[in-house]
Design a binder for this molecule. Structure first.
Ligand code: GLN
Ligand code: ZN
Length: 764
């Protein structure tokens, strides 16, 4: 006997990224859509069966997606903008056109904007709802997948993004705020009610509606919206049980309302929202007919679960709720597939890790242990074995690192002189034109680049041969940048597999996996390294290639580094010391690199903090105390010791920093580039209103799409920017690194960018 077990969602890309490969093959015309469908069905079947065999009771379906579950939900509800329908493409191609843009004989449309999914590195497509959008249940994907599993003998728990989260994340035309009319709310509620009716007919027992947006602060009217939607929806549920699934934080401000609305199950994150969720449960209790889904298996880390801690949580929930299910705390989408095959890691390291497949086993074991009384638990071998993982110190501290951190003084966090003075010195020393043009760092990592790196890794070519290849790539990309007339050049980052892993490899304290991929957006996956011990820099990391590049041109070449907050956010952090402590260690390591680059004659150094906003806590009251108060100083520590003439750039992969604009300015960089082309330009107002001191390059075109922007389009964009910003502070650049792009679109796009800039300069 064990408690009911529930998985919120499972990774869909495949243990060997099968889905990625077949979809990208389809895009390149190497295979047909039928092969995509076949691979997809195979993966779904395999993943359901894995969960069944692990003894999971409530196995999710419709957690599968070709690209993104928000996009799937938009399509399900008929929220497909007319311009995509007008292309007249088939279902899958329409989906890909929304996700990636389309440029071909059927038309020319940009992709829908993409944003980060709460505090993860997963990105969703922002649904667009305008006055013309008719929301109604139009798609069949959740039903098809439910039936598909049923035919395999598995009655799944269908999972759909809930209406509140869907509407809260939707936007109007061109990024405007959504106009939340009564009709829209009523139509949305009706669509979900119809969904439940349909699942009733099909024989579903539970339906999970994901409402992660509930863990955010509430604005006026939010709780009313939530209640209005669900009063209609729950009235239609018939025999189906509805699980309100929340994750990534707590719902203390919503719990009581949820109980009153009559959900059959409420899923609480007992990792990220632990204290507040438990307090809400304590205060309000749980009615006899409500099952509390206790999220105790972490879907955001790769570490083994501490069973004693989980049992403590479950015991606490049980004192308040008569029906308890044991659940993952969030979707396992955000963890790699399995530790199986990670044979490069020593057994006594690997025993500390649990990826998605292993977490299924943990979920089942914890649920079984939860049924036992104290005496039986005390005698249980599995529990004892698990406890051993957490006894004692996993890894010994590095005394030199700890000592250096302890001795840090306040002035090491402050760069001198003040920014305005530095900016004047830099203008003189660098001699750049108005509206200087640059790129974010990487250039296309072609198949040749990737296969040559693979050959080197496998020992098929020598270091000398590899270095020669990289040098040629650098020569070539510098020449091309000069030819098209860019001002500040980059070396192209050809030697880097990934902006975090590359640094991790030269830092003490990091571990790497062979195959621990996690979906970032669409078919793009990342393989974060693991912080295992205290961090320090083993050797200079980037100096050699940066100096080489600088020696090859008269233009300024930007040195290219990854910042400490991003390294941590895109790694698997340890859990035995704080994030703050880990970030400070990383900051010191990167500071050493900054100073070495400067000493080698590099005049402009970009320290990417692509992921800074990602881990901003979901609740505003936590922003500073739990994050910015140490994340911003960590960045300052990295660059505070450079000379006034050395120009420090940073880059961020998002445009929503209106609300933390002062914190970004306080990082005290000289220049920032950021994504702005796919989102709205509200951030420019914020820059204007805040008297933003940092010079800024709001991306003038979208690199996440293969589409080539026209010169006119970019001219318009620059004009928009100049309406809001002082021309002396504006840089012109794409919105992110170009490594995922092909050369075919990259060079014409950049040529258009440079030509557009020249045109605007001539008007000044
Ligand atoms: N310098 C990195 C690049 O150009 C930045 C990447 C990023 O922002 N994600 O690839
Ligand atoms: Zn970026």
């Amino acid at each position: 006997m064990s408690e009911l077990t529930s998985v919120i969602g499972f990774p869909r890309i495949g243990g060997n990224r099968e889905l990625k490969k077949v979809i990208e093959g389809y895009w390149k015309g190497k295979n047909g859509i039928d092969e995509v469908k076949e691979t997809a069905a195979g993966l779904r079947a395999k993943h359901w069966k894995l969960q069944k065999d692990a003894g999971i009771d409530l196995i999710p379906s419709n957690d599968f997606s070709y690209y993104d579950q928000m996009l799937d939900t938009a399509i399900l509800l008929g929220a497909v903008p007319q311009r995509y329908k007008d292309l007249g493409l088939g279902a899958e191609d329409t989906l890909f056109a929304i996700a990636r843009g389309y440029q071909g004989d059927k038309g020319d449309v940009t992709a829908q904007p993409m944003k980060k999914w709460f505090t993860t590195n997963y990105h969703y497509l922002v649904p667009e709802i305008t006055a013309d959008t008719e929301i109604a249940l139009t798609g069949t994907k959740p039903f098809d997948e439910f039936n598909e599993a049923k035919e395999l003998g598995i009655v799944t728990k269908p999972v759909v993004i809930g209406p509140y989260t869907f509407l809260k994340l939707s936007r109007g035309a061109e990024g405007a705020d959504l106009e939340l009319t009564d009709k829209l709310v009523a139509d949305t509620a009706k669509a979900y009610a119809d969904l439940l009716v349909k699942f009733n007919e099909l024989g579903a027992q539970w339906v999970q509606l994901d409402e992660p947006y509930l863990v955010l602060d509430k604005e006026d009217g939010d709780l009313d919206l939530f209640s209005t939607l669900y009063r209609t929806i729950l009235a239609a549920k018939g025999d189906v049980k509805v699980l309100l699934q929340t994750y990534f934080g707590h719902i203390a401000d919503t719990y009581k309302t949820a109980i009153e609305l009559g959900f059959d199950g409420i899923g609480l994150d007992l990792i990220e929202g632990k204290d507040e969720n438990l307090a809400a449960l304590e205060e309000n209790g749980a009615p006899e007919n409500v099952t509390i889904f206790a999220g105790v298996i972490n879907g955001r880390n790769i570490w083994r679960n501490n069973y004693a801690v989980s049992l403590g949580l479950l015991d606490a929930v049980k004192t308040k709720a008569s029906h308890v299910a044991v659940s993952t705390a969030d979707s396992l989408l955000h963890v790699p597939f399995s530790t199986e095959g990670e044979d490069k890691l020593a057994a006594d390291v690997l025993k500390h890790f649990a990826f998605a497949v292993e977490k299924l086993g943990e979920l089942k074991e914890v649920a079984e242990l939860a049924e036992l009384d104290d005496a039986a638990r005390a005698a249980d071998a599995k529990l004892a074995a698990n406890q051993q993982l957490f006894d004692g110190t996993r890894v010994a501290p590095d005394a030199a690192v700890r000592d250096r951190v302890a001795k840090l003084t306040a002035d090491e966090y402050v760069r001198q002189p003040a920014r305005a003075e530095r900016q004047a010195i830099q203008k003189q020393e660098l001699g750049l034109p108005e509206l200087p043009t640059t790129t974010i760092g990487s250039f296309p990592q072609t198949r040749e680049v990737r296969s040559t790196r693979a050959k080197f890794r496998k020992g098929e070519i020598s270091k000398a041969e590899y270095d020669k290849f990289i040098a040629e790539q650098i020569d070539d990309v510098l020449k091309k940048q000069e030819e098209i007339g860019l001002d500040v050049l980059v070396h192209g980052e050809f030697e880097r597999n990934d902006m975090v892993e590359y640094f991790g490899q030269s830092l003490n304290g990091f571990l790497f996996t062979k195959n621990a991929w996690v979906q970032s957006y669409g078919t793009r996956c990342v393989k974060p390294p693991i912080v295992w011990g205290d961090v320090s820099r083993a050797n200079p990391i980037t100096v050699e290639w940066s100096s080489y590049a600088q020696s090859k041109t008269d233009h300024v070449v930007k040195g290219m580094l990854t910042g400490p907050v991003t390294i941590l956010n895109w790694s698997w952090p340890r859990e035995d010391i704080t994030h703050e402590a880990q970030t400070t260690q990383l900051a010191l390591a990167i500071r050493d690199e900054v100073l070495d680059l400067e000493a080698a004659g590099i005049k402009v150094i970009q320290i990417d903090e692509a992921a800074l906003r990602e881990k901003l806590p979901v609740r505003r009251s936590d922003w500073h105390v739990k994050y910015l108060d140490w994340a911003v100083p960590a960045f300052r520590l990295v660059h505070s010791a450079v000379k006034p003439g050395t120009q420090i750039h940073t880059h961020m992969c998002y445009s929503e920093f209106n609300d933390i604009i002062r914190d970004i300015d306080a990082m005290d960089a000289d220049v920032i580039s950021f994504e702005a082309s796919r989102g709205d330009l509200v951030v420019l107002d914020a820059i204007h209103d805040a008297n933003f001191e940092t010079e800024a390059g709001p991306g003038v075109y979208d690199i996440h799409s293969p589409r080539i922007p026209s010169e006119d389009e970019i001219v318009d964009r620059i004009h928009e920017i100049l309406k809001k910003m002082d021309v002396n502070k504006v840089w012109i650049n794409p919105d992110c690194g170009l490594k995922t792009r092909g050369n075919a679109e990259t060079w014409p796009s950049l040529e258009h960018m440079v030509a557009a800039t020249k045109k605007v300069r001539a008007e000044l």
